[in-house]
Design a protein around this ligand. Structure first.
Ligand code: NOJ
Length: 558
């Protein structure tokens, strides 16, 4: 039996502040810019905002490298602005969850500045330091943003670990003092009145003792060490401790970002009686268009059957006691309408279909800024226009370093690069899409005259209004939140269909992931069914078998 919770009934909207809305013309989004758009979010109907990091940061990784956890980045505003934003959100009944980035800090954090000074500095063990091995790095792990995970520091003749960039040293969770600092900092924000946390790569915080070498790969100097830090030996203990020390005392929501988490582990992280997290962001479905065993830049077309299998497994595994998060997009992923929809002829129809398929599953749905407008991927001609550290490091390593042809690499960047999600939100058809009066820090997508919020608000058939309706339906029909899930048509390569059932009520969700037409035979009698939402006109009282048009989506309540 699923227990009722406010965060199960909520829809979350993610703001990536740098690209959301600039109020002061410096080309960078900011907190006052967010305040200006709260009525827009209210109209959309979302319940919670997840705000990507706004803390002090040298921006090596756009705020995911924090140099002061208790203060606001100058470019974004002041603590007073932040407090005003929180009050304005709460006034509108919108909750706020903050990003908690504690697998690593910035190397400019004062803890690290101290830590690197000497081996006996009181902050030394806040980070992971090791002597070199045979005159080189302590192990052969590769960093997510390229190169070794180890950086040599002359001052003490040791290396420090960084799973991401060398400006993001990993914090040492084995040290109870460090853990206490993190818990105190969490309370600092909770006591200001926030409603929870999204936790950055939180399943990386416990590393296997000894940090063993990863399995060697022919021709590669550095290899993945993920089995030694993903879902590591003490992870559940740390999360349970965090729950007991901090979360237990507040009525808040938590979502842990967890690359490499399986449904079985997901159940452990989210099982209510275990007191760890409310839900996790899993990545299985985001990896289905990557060649197996390779990194994300090695492309492969999506087979819809894989997607159904994966999402279906998560649905059933977490049915009792656990809880799913539902997402297609975030600041690290390409735009879904370009990825698995059709961002040309059927942009509007396919964006609505994708939204339907996601929002009707069991779990808490997340909308990433601009998704509700059907914003698309970006193709900059020149690598110079890209800003993302992951993209630029990969390009440099492969094109400049290995001499690979730039064309194929640019194709991967167009398909998977994180900047696809980071171009400014398109508010209207004025210069720079109304995002800024200055020079945007990253170029605006040229399609802003066609795709923008002002236009979407004026058009009752827009993607925006469709999302609004999906959110409203969730408030009106409990079955959308709490109903159990069952997949249909498992072997079909283009139809994604399922039912949701709660007591006497059943929902039938039918979506077409293609530009082809398909006949759909419902095994459920639709004679007395009510069509709750669809992205096409549907003739009154259609038969149980009907033609599913390109990218069509229908939801019936029986
Ligand atoms: C995951 C975040 O979503 C991503 O943007 C960031 O680069 C890494 N974690 C490192 O913090």
């Amino acid at each position: 039996m699923t227990t009722k919770k406010w965060w199960k009934e909520a829809v979350v909207y993610q703001i990536y502040p740098r690209s959301f809305n600039d109020s002061n013309g410096d080309g960078v989004g900011d907190i006052q810019g967010i305040i200006e758009k709260l009525d827009y979010l209210k109209e959309l109907g979302v319940d919670v905002v997840w705000l990507s990091p706004v803390y002090k940061s040298p921006n090596d990784d756009n705020g995911y490298d924090i140099s002061d956890y208790r203060n606001i980045m100058d470019e974004f505003g002041t603590m007073a602005d932040w407090e005003e934003m929180l009050a304005e959100m709460h006034k509108r009944g919108i909750k706020l969850i903050m990003d908690l980035v504690v697998n690593h800090s910035s190397d400019e954090h004062e803890w690290f500045q101290e830590s690197r000074k000497s081996k006996d500095n009181p902050y030394r063990d806040y980070y992971i330091w090791r002597p070199g091995k045979n005159g080189t790095e302590p192990n052969n792990w590769e960093a997510t943003f390229g190169g070794s995970v180890w950086e040599y520091d002359e001052q003490t003749d040791e290396y420090f670990l960084h799973l991401f960039s060398k400006k993001q040293p990993d914090l040492n969770w084995e040290n109870p003092k460090l853990r206490q600092e993190v818990y105190d900092m969490m309370k600092f924000w909770l006591d200001k009145g926030i409603d929870g946390f999204r936790m950055d790569v939180i399943n990386f915080i416990s590393k296997v003792e000894g940090l063993p070498d990863g399995e060697k790969v022919e021709g590669k100097k550095y290899v993945s060490g993920h089995q030694y830090f993903m879902n590591g030996p003490r992870i559940h203990e740390f999360l349970q401790e965090m729950h007991k020390e901090v979360l237990e005392d507040y009525n808040v929501m938590t979502v842990g970002e967890m690359p490499g988490v399986s449904p079985e582990e997901g159940k452990l992280y989210t099982g209510e009686e275990r007191k760890e997290l409310n839900m996790v962001f899993q990545f299985e479905h985001m990896d289905l268009d990557t060649q197996p065993g390779k990194n994300k830049w090695h492309l492969k077309p999506l087979d819809l059957r894989d997607l159904k299998k994966s999402l279906g497994k998560w649905q059933s595994e977490l049915e009792d006691g656990g809880w799913n998060s539902l997402y297609w997009n975030n600041h690290d992923q390409p735009r879904i309408v370009s990825r698995w929809g059709d961002d040309k002829e059927y942009r509007v129809t396919s964006a609505k279909m994708l939204a339907t398929c996601l929002h009707m599953m069991k779990g808490t749905p997340y909308i990433y800024q601009g998704e509700e407008l059907g914003m698309t991927n970006i193709k900059f001609d020149s690598i110079e226009d890209y800003k993302d550290i992951e993209t630029l490091n990969m390009y440099n390593e492969r094109v400049v370093g290995n001499g690979e042809g730039p064309q194929e690499i640019m194709q991967s960047i167009y398909t998977k690069g994180r900047d696809n999600a980071r171009t400014p939100v398109q508010w209207d058809d004025s210069e720079h899409a109304g995002f800024t009066t200055g020079n945007p820090w990253i170029k605006v997508n040229e399609n802003y005259q066609e795709i923008n919020a002002e236009k979407a608000l004026d058009d009752k058939d827009s993607i925006f209004h469709y999302y609004r309706k999906l959110i409203q339906l969730r408030k009106q029909h409990e079955v959308i939140v709490y109903g159990s899930f069952e997949m249909m048509y498992e072997e079909h390569a283009e139809i994604f269909a399922y039912t949701r059932t709660l007591g006497e009520e059943t929902l039938l969700v039918v979506t077409n992931f293609s530009g082809n037409t398909h006949k759909f035979d419902s095994s459920i009698d639709l004679k007395y069914a009510e069509l709750l939402i669809s992205n096409y006109e549907v003739a009154e009282k259609e038969a149980n078998s009907f033609e599913l048009r390109p990218w069509e989506a229908r939801v019936y309540k029986i």
